[in-house]
Design a protein around this ligand. Structure first.
Ligand code: ATR
Length: 282
């Protein structure tokens, strides 16, 4: 999406992914550019993993001030950076890049986005959370766990379809994260104060996430990182049972904040107007 015509003053930003046509990030950054009256652009660029190195050369040459990286390039880009943040190194993946002079820097803002949205929805969530239950063991689960550990959640239970991936991820967070069998989910639900779905189950076009929530205690926070649909079957069921549903759209919006601030020097806000704009499209 070209927000304004390219001039010497226009700061160009990108999102690189493959495919990338579905990305909603241009809507978010386009909204903030217009809101702040900034001359800038945020463009979708379809870049397969084998072409990431070539694209990064264009960034270094000054064509862009920075941008976002999405699937499947978040891991590929990491070794190409001059400086990766501690979080990006812990994730093994970067989603936000920017030039600082001639230095290419990268960060991973997924954990930040997850925490910022949870803070906005349930301000005292960390105090209420003795035990968290994480469903899934991919990159999103790693980001969520990183965030929970940062906020000192003391006990994190992890279940995954492929148990070996849960065991492997849990091993990165010794003493805090315990891998448990997927078959025990119904029982673990009753022990948990916060439940987070990090799998793609429940997303349009994917099978539903079928877990028994009959043991859910009222007041348990249920956070689904899926945002299409906005209210997943998991969130609807949690709501019916007195749980506190937290949808995935907010994480998407908040993870975009640090990048925009780096590129344009203005810290943008996640407002109801921005959310409404994205919701129309879902
Ligand atoms: P991401 O980086 O977005 O987290 P990922 O690394 O592909 O993506 O991880 C996807 C997660 O969704 C995994 O935990 C995956 O389980 P497996 O490790 O067993 O593959 C989970 N997932 C995807 N489809 C699933 C399905 N049909 N049933 C159960 N879990 C599923």
């Amino acid at each position: 999406m070209i927000i304004s015509s390219t001039t010497a003053m226009t700061r160009r930003c990108f999102i690189i992914g493959h495919p990338v046509a579905h990305s909603r990030s241009p809507l978010i950054h386009g909204h903030w550019l217009a809101e702040h009256g900034l001359a800038g652009s945020y463009e979708r660029v379809d870049v397969p993993p084998a072409e990431v190195r070539g694209f990064i050369a264009r960034l270094r040459a000054g064509e862009f001030v920075g941008g976002n990286v999405t699937v499947p390039n978040k891991e590929v880009v990491l070794p190409l950076l001059d400086v990766a943040s501690e979080t990006a190194r812990a994730m093994g993946a970067a989603n936000t890049l920017w030039m600082e002079g001639s230095t290419l820097r990268g960060d991973n803002t997924d954990a930040y986005g997850f925490l910022a949205h949870l803070d906005a929805c349930v301000p005292d969530w960390a105090r209420r959370t003795g035990t968290a239950l994480i469903l899934g063991a991919g990159g999103a689960a790693r980001a969520v766990i990183h965030g929970l550990v940062e906020r000192s959640v003391g006990r994190i239970l992890l279940v995954n379809r492929s148990p070996e991936r849960a065991v492997e991820l849990a091993a990165s967070f010794p003493r805090t994260v315990e891998a448990r069998p997927w078959q025990d989910v119904a029982e673990l639900v009753g022990e948990s104060d916060l439940i987070v779905n990090t799998t793609s189950l429940g997303m349009h076009g994917q099978p539903p996430l079928e877990i028994d929530l009959s043991a859910l205690r009222p007041g348990t926070i249920v956070d689904d990182i899926v945002y299409v649909p906005l209210e997943t079957p998991l969130l609807a069921e949690a709501r019916r049972r007195g749980g506190i549903p937290v949808d995935g759209l907010g994480m998407l919006l908040h993870q975009a904040v640090p990048g925009f601030e780096r590129w344009f020097g203005v810290r943008p806000q996640v407002t109801p107007e921005l959310r409404a704009k994205l919701e129309v499209d879902i």
